[in-house]
Ligand binder design. Structure first.
Ligand code: KIV
Ligand code: ZN
Length: 517
């Protein structure tokens, strides 16, 4: 018999806790929409008490994403639970996820609470959350390092208090598969009422064992796994959704489990997360890395030609990796473009967005002979999921060479006003970044800069990714163009626009930043 395992995605909560990741509301919503298309059973939309941005993000997702369960995280504290409920209340299927640490180490040094107090607090807060929300999930933080007897006691009592899902975290990624499997088996055998709730796991990847531990838990009774796209998350991250799901699917003969994931959406979801977070996966990453389906050795290639199964245990098509098709050229009309957008799954664009997308496609087709599917996907995900762009790059000029000092001139506009500036630098990118900085009059700390080809061929689209920091917050900007200097400048300005947007959303500081130009 094939059983079902629920997939709980926490990219927007644990994933967003990865160092250097910060997403604005539009980006969170776009990710949530894609997670819904991917078929996740539940998604953790954020930690509402932690910031205004998280609160608003959860609220917007709760309002707009109707199919999966939407959860929000809350410490086992009344004010956290109230805030989580306030953000979640419009959801079709809301769930409050509350947690408190239960290991001796965490109780003594972090919480400074006695086990008895922790037990009482867990019970009281689960009951409180249940009085507000129809579904409650409880996590004993550092569960894998908690004394089993105490863990059983806490779990048994929170079930009585109304918990619907019990989630066992390997918070610091310390467990091994045998050990973690045994822990889940022990919970199944020793906790009264366990059959009436869903047993879930949440594994971190500090020893590279998060997926193996999650699968061991499934073999021993867990029926929900918490995971993230590309394995994002605190420190070394969480169990990677794509690896878990493809392991269950590819080895169905062994595991006998199925999920609701539309695996053909995996590649698109992974690419979206990479480009919105600026965290790209390594080429040899399982399932979604650039080399995951590349066969270099002649022996392997020969074997594949005779029978794919010789060296391929799953097909690239099963994760949605298709050969990029040549679609359109500069003579293609609006109708053909819109049809292609629909076929590529972009059927949620508004009239205005479709118009903009068509214009951007036309601009690209003027520069590039053939516009491929991958070009269109890059255009939409990079250029259309945008916050209002306060600053626009109107013009740039570069002078550079191996015996010249690189200099750049830029013209930037904001609501009809334009500023022109020039600057020198160590190479053309440095020069243009300095010129932009001068034109905006703002002091910006550049944290990271990358450029890569996102499509193939000599006229490939280049994607610039820039991370800037202001007041301890990091903003990721992206820009694409067939010209890498333009892609870099657009990425830099995009990061500054996100910063300005964040400042204006949070009210104070807007004049200072905006007046600077
Ligand atoms: O890793 C952890 O313990 C967590 C909990 C809040 C579930 O993220
Ligand atoms: Zn975690």
């Amino acid at each position: 018999m094939v059983n079902h395992v629920a997939i709980f995605d926490t990219t927007l909560r644990d994933g967003e806790q990865s160092p250097g990741i910060s997403l604005n509301m539009q980006e969170k919503l776009e990710i949530a929409r894609q997670l819904e298309s991917l078929g996740v059973d539940a998604m953790e939309a954020g930690f509402p008490i932690s910031s205004k941005g998280d609160f608003e993000g959860v609220k917007a997702i709760a309002r707009q994403i109707r199919k999966p369960v939407i959860t929000a995280l809350a410490r086992a504290v009344k004010k956290d639970i109230d805030r989580a409920w306030e953000a979640l209340r419009e959801a079709a299927r809301p769930r409050i996820h509350t947690f408190i640490a239960t290991s001796d180490l965490h109780m003594k040094y972090k919480l400074r609470m006695e086990p008895k107090e922790v037990l009482e607090r867990a019970v009281e807060m689960v009951a409180y959350a249940k009085s507000l929300c129809p579904q409650v999930e409880f996590s004993p933080e550092d569960g894998s390092r908690t004394r089993p007897e105490f863990l059983y006691q806490v779990l048994e009592q929170v079930i009585r208090a109304g918990a619907d899902v019990l989630n066992i975290p390997d918070t610091v990624g310390y467990s091994t598969p045998d050990e973690f499997g045994a822990l889940i088996r022990g919970i199944q055998r020793n906790v009264k009422g366990i059959d009436n709730v869903v047993l879930s796991v949440h594994c971190h990847n500090d020893l590279g064992l998060a997926v193996a531990n999650s699968l061991a838990a499934v073999e021993n009774g867990a029926r929900q796994v918490e995971c993230t796209i590309n394995g994002l998350g605190e420190r070394a991250g969480n169990a990677a959704l794509e690896e878990l799901v493809m392991a269950l699917r590819t080895r169905k003969d062994y595991y006998h489990f199925q999920t609701n994931i539309v695996t053909e959406q995996i590649y698109r979801t992974s690419s979206l997360i990479s480009s919105l977070t600026g965290v790209h996966v390594q080429p040899n990453k399982a399932i979604v890395g650039a080399n995951a389906f590349a066969h270099e050795s002649g022996i392997h290639q020969h074997g594949l030609m005779i029978n794919r199964e010789t060296y391929e245990i799953m097909t690239p098509e099963s994760i949605g990796l298709k050969k990029s098709q040549m679609v359109l050229g500069k003579h293609s009309g609006r109708h053909a473009f819109e049809e292609r957008l629909k076929e590529l799954g972009f059927d949620h664009l508004s009239e205005k967005e479709a118009n903009e997308a068509f214009q951007k496609f036309k601009d690209l087709a003027d520069k590039k002979k053939y516009v491929m599917d991958s070009d269109i996907e890059a255009l939409i995900s990079t250029e259309l999921i945008q916050i209002p762009e306060a600053l626009q790059l109107e013009y740039f000029h570069i002078s550079s060479g191996n015996s010249l000092i690189a200099t750049s001139t830029v013209r930037i506009s904001r609501e009809g006003r334009t500023v022109e500036e020039a600057a020198c630098g160590d190479g053309p990118i440095d020069a243009i970044f300095h010129a932009v900085e001068r034109a905006t009059g703002m002091e910006i700390t550049l944290k990271d800069y990358r450029i890569r080809a996102i499509t193939s061929g000599k006229d490939a689209l280049g994607e610039g990714t820039v991370k800037v920091e202001k007041d301890g917050k990091v903003y990721v900007g992206r820009g694409i163009s067939t010209d890498i200097i333009e892609a870099s400048a657009k990425a830099y300005i995009n990061a500054i626009n996100k910063m300005l947007y964040d400042i204006s959303e949070n009210a104070n500081g807007v004049n200072e930043a905006v007046e600077a130009i």
